[in-house]
Design a protein around this ligand. Structure first.
Ligand SMILES: [Zn+2]
Length: 59
């Protein structure tokens, strides 16, 4: 079941995969902010705007 997530930047509500983990960074589908998952409780995911300076996006 997808989880509900609210963007910490624009408060847009969207769904994320149920295999997300705390600390994962996902883009907001509305404002494209980078959101770090800070808490997963039940079917709700809390985010904060990620402070990305030297993020490890590499493969
Ligand atoms: Zn947003």
């Amino acid at each position: 079941m997808p989880k509900k997530c609210e963007c910490a930047s624009c408060y847009f509500e969207f769904e994320v995969e149920d295999d997300v983990i705390e600390g994962e960074v996902i883009p907001c589908p509305d404002c494209a902010a980078d959101l770090e998952i800070v808490e997963i409780s039940g079917s709700t995911v809390k985010t904060q705007v990620a402070e990305i300076s030297e993020e490890d996006w590499g493969e």
